[in-house]
Design a binder for this molecule. Structure first.
Ligand SMILES: [Zn+2]
Ligand SMILES: [Zn+2]
Length: 299
């Protein structure tokens, strides 16, 4: 997408790229446009779909005028006002057509303050920072409704949490890649020949039995995964049983990131990436480095 025009002051907005999102920001007035999904991405510590829970049909106002959506495919559609999580004091501009959000200067900070209050005592687990040049995120996957009900002083049901750690590659691997742990169910399905998707065999018996490997560029994937260092890292992760708590999680690798999911847990799970670098996160960073040092990506 080309540079967007700020719906507030009509200046050209800058693209600010992160491995997980690209946001459009106005250096003149400090406004930010977020495409669908990006608000959820920004609010790392919040579980659930904040965007979905914020868009209601009620009428809201704020001190700003109505804006036109800066998304070129919306050709100036008027945005309406919505209320963050429908119960907070923060009002954003929202486009019904592209489902994007416009936030005025300061509203991101305000949002973070409100989200922090909503997740009081639970914010230590959230994390989004660069470590050795890799974006590392920690997300708690649960239901946002359990958080919202606390606002009205109601006792919320015990949420079921999954812990998800993501280590992003510096650049997309551009292989259409998906590698994931082989579960017995997949093994069974594969055995009886029901497996729909292409399953790439690398030729390392152990690796092939531990992971399902799929992707659009089979030759390049095979050549990349033939590297001893990568095979070693992946097998070690499975065999040494790297985990955060007492459950073995799943490892998944896509073009963009390495994802480790552990759980579900009943109750609150906390994991401080900063305090506990030695375990899973360090291992994931090693895997990322092994992939990157063996894959030359033209950007
Ligand atoms: Zn502006
Ligand atoms: Zn729009």
């Amino acid at each position: 997408m080309d540079q967007l025009i700020c719906p507030n002051c009509k200046s050209k907005m800058d693209k600010i790229k992160h491995p997980d999102i690209t946001i459009d920001q106005c250096s003149n007035c400090g406004g930010t446009f977020l495409e669908k999904g990006e608000l959820n991405s920004l609010a790392t510590g919040m579980a659930g779909d904040i965007e979905f829970c914020s868009v209601d049909q009620e009428f809201h106002t704020d001190k700003h005028p109505y804006r036109s959506c800066p998304n070129p495919s919306c050709t100036g559609k008027t945005m309406r006002k919505i209320n963050l999580l429908t119960c907070a004091d923060t009002v954003f501009d929202y486009c019904d057509r592209c489902e994007g959000f416009f936030l005025d200067k300061g509203e991101i900070q305000q949002m973070n303050i409100e989200l922090e209050q909503l997740t009081k005592g639970e914010s230590a687990e959230e994390f989004r920072e660069y470590i050795d040049g890799h974006l590392v995120r920690s997300d708690r996957i649960a239901d946002v409704r359990t958080v919202r009900s606390g606002l009205y002083g109601q006792t919320s049901a015990t949420p079921v949490d999954n812990l998800r750690i993501s280590v992003y590659f510096k650049n997309s691997l551009n292989l259409g890649l998906r590698i994931y742990s082989e579960k017995w169910t997949y093994k069974f399905v594969k055995l009886i020949g029901l497996f729909q998707k292409q399953d790439i065999q690398v030729g390392n018996e152990k690796l092939d039995s531990l992971f399902i490997i799929q992707g659009s560029n089979e030759d390049e994937i095979k050549s990349l995964l033939s590297k001893y260092e990568i095979q070693n890292q992946l097998i070690e992760f499975k065999e040494k049983n790297f985990k955060i708590y007492n459950k073995r999680g799943t490892l998944e690798i896509t073009d963009k990131r390495i994802i480790y999911t552990e759980g579900p847990y009943t109750g609150n799970v906390k994991y401080d990436v900063k305090e506990n670098r030695i375990g899973v996160v360090t291992k994931m960073l090693n895997i990322a480095n092994a992939f990157e040092s063996n894959r030359v990506v033209v950007t």
